[in-house]
Design a protein around this ligand. Structure first.
Ligand SMILES: [Zn+2]
Length: 306
């Protein structure tokens, strides 16, 4: 059973109490079971070795250039997101600090929009993967949508630091660490992470999106040569839908800002120096690559600006 979802958990920085709570959750099946990203495993590095025979050289190069674009945009952008390894090294941020207050307001304001965007992106993605049309599957998608629509608020939380999470016994609230809120100073960055958590909520303890996670994981494994199953597939799908929801937001809210800059904000928190994944998560930079492999159109927009 899954009651507790973590976006990212910097295990080594957690307090003793939080750590034991998490470990308890990860090993037995208590009231709160946890999904943990320890971020201790060494990076798997580039994806080229296994994917070379499945993906053209041009496609791989496009992904690499688009990924570099994301992280270059981050550096130039006054509203660029802080990479999660940088967030992890920062001291805790009080709820009433100006950046946390601004971030919490932004997240609460954008929540209804993120909910609509996630529902639309979820419906589209299930169609893309031919997962609609059977009664049982359609019912699961309906349940997932209802769960997304039932979310009511965002709760800023000091102890969650650079994480966002959802307690499955309270699926109407997204808990958002204050460091994370402050580290995502754009609407696009916040929508991406809100959407990620909304997808966990959509799946719920009934595994409403199990087939979608599996389909995305299989496709991403094929394209990247990485093993992306089970929780890894779920996390990647959450990130993919976060990016797709953000892309829709960019279309819905035209501005003078350049397209690559705005798209990049949905992925920039993954532009880490310390690129480590674990059993449940691809490394942050592999996450960027996997999403770009899955959405070549996004790569082209990042590289060509249109
Ligand atoms: Zn997650």
């Amino acid at each position: 059973m899954r009651f507790y979802r973590r976006h990212i958990v910097p295990l080594r920085l957690l307090s003793g109490t939080a750590l034991s709570l998490l470990l308890m959750g990860a090993t037995v099946v208590p009231r709160i079971s946890a999904k943990v990203l320890a971020q201790k495993r060494p990076s798997r590095g580039m994806l080229t070795s296994h994917s070379s025979d499945r993906v053209s050289t041009e496609a791989r190069e496009m992904v690499e250039v688009a990924g570099e674009t994301v992280c270059n945009e981050r550096v130039r952008d006054p509203k660029g997101s802080v990479p999660i390894d940088d967030m992890q090294s920062r001291p805790s941020l009080p709820v009433d600090s100006p950046e946390a207050v601004a971030g919490a307001r932004r997240a609460q304001r954008l929540l209804p929009l993120a909910q609509r965007l996630v529902v639309a992106s979820l419906r589209q993605l299930t169609r893309d993967y031919n997962l609609t049309g059977t009664k049982g599957q359609d019912l699961k998608i309906q349940r997932a949508v209802a769960r997304v629509e039932a979310v009511r608020d965002v709760r800023p939380d000091v102890d969650s630091r650079d994480n966002a999470s959802v307690l499955m016994r309270n699926p109407r609230t997204i808990i958002f660490g204050t460091i994370f809120l402050a580290g995502l100073p754009s609407d696009e960055g916040i929508i991406s992470v809100l959407s990620h958590e909304l997808v966990h909520i959509a799946d719920g303890s009934q595994d409403n999106l199990k087939l979608l996670f599996r389909a995305v994981g299989n496709r991403a494994s094929f394209l990247t040569g990485l093993k992306i199953r089970d929780q890894r597939a779920e996390e990647l799908t959450c990130d993919l839908l976060g990016t797709l929801a953000t892309r829709s937001y960019v279309t819905a809210t035209p501005s003078y800002e350049a397209l690559p800059q705005r798209i990049s904000r949905s992925l920039e928190h993954n532009c880490v120096d310390s690129d480590e994944g674990d059993e449940d998560h691809l490394s942050p930079r592999d996450t960027i690559r996997a999403i770009l492999f899955l959405r070549p159109a996004l790569s082209r927009e990042l590289v060509y600006g249109r």
